[in-house]
Write a protein that binds this ligand. Structure first.
Ligand code: ZN
Ligand code: ZN
Length: 265
């Protein structure tokens, strides 16, 4: 099975799965390599504490990496919540710890997480989606502290009608600029299969966007389940591999010490 490069554990404020359970599930599934990417969203107001306890996280992950060395390769990653007003702090985290892989994700927009309905109040669904993409564009233009952009159309998971009336074409102007910026900067696009378990029937981002990234010359695709519990590790990876091949990808990407390596799909 493909290597899962987006996994959460109890180090994330929204998961109570001990890291060993995620690792053992990946071993059972026959994965050669995984990357744990716990949440770190700084300066946000949320019911959950999304500040990662980095001084504890890193040594704990190193110990697990060594303990499971014979079973599979455990890479140490992080999912950083991108926000323009904390660029120096984000750069500092990326430099201070020797991560193998950093996902940059947009979870909070103007202080609001689309996970909660407040984000959608006072504007239409399509205005809410467009605003999310416009803010994402500014962040990818301004930031370099990450290797892959996580779940580009995350907002669609939580819209009032989810992806029923959602089409890439309606946002092509801004989404194409996001993709071109990623390609220009040598950043990967993540294929996040969480969309399947959120009932979208598609990954995040949707196929049209994954194919468009390829069409524009993008080559770096990472694959992650975004699993917060063991049953979702590697979720729908067969579907992800098929649709990526349909888009024209022959390889996906894993990272070690923040250097990409290509593996066949
Ligand atoms: Zn995320
Ligand atoms: Zn995640």
């Amino acid at each position: 099975m493909l290597c899962d490069f987006h996994l959460h554990t109890s180090f994330s404020g929204d998961s109570d799965t001990p890291p060993v359970r995620q690792i053992e599930q990946a071993v059972r599934l026959g994965m050669a390599c995984i990357c744990i990417t716990d949440h770190h969203d700084m300066d946000v107001r949320s019911a959950c504490d999304f500040n990662l306890a980095l001084p504890d996280y890193f040594p704990a992950m190193e110990e697990l990496r060594d303990r499971y060395r014979k079973n599979l390769k455990v890479e140490i990653g992080i999912e950083l919540g991108l926000q323009n007003h904390i660029i120096p702090e984000l750069n500092q985290v990326a430099l201070e710890y020797p991560f193998d892989f950093i996902i940059g994700s947009c979870h909070f927009i103007d202080g609001l997480d689309p996970y909660y309905p407040e984000y959608f109040e006072g504007r239409t669904e399509s205005e809410s989606y467009r605003h999310f993409f416009e803010v994402t564009l500014k962040r990818v233009q301004n930031m370099d502290c990450f290797d892959a952009l996580g779940h580009l159309d995350y907002v669609v998971r939580y819209g009032p009608n989810k992806n029923q009336a959602y089409h890439y074409k309606d946002y092509q102007d801004v989404i194409d600029l996001i993709l071109k910026t990623l390609i220009h900067k040598g950043k990967a696009l993540e294929c996040n299969t969480g969309g399947f378990h959120y009932g979208l029937g598609h990954p995040n981002p949707c196929e049209e966007i994954l194919c468009r990234y390829r069409e524009l010359g993008g080559e770096l695709i990472t694959v992650g389940s975004d699993a917060h519990s063991p049953e979702y590790v590697g979720y729908a990876f067969d579907s992800a591999a098929l649709l990526l091949k349909k888009c024209g990808f022959s390889y996906y990407t894993v990272y070690h010490k923040r250097i990409p390596r290509f593996l066949p799909l």
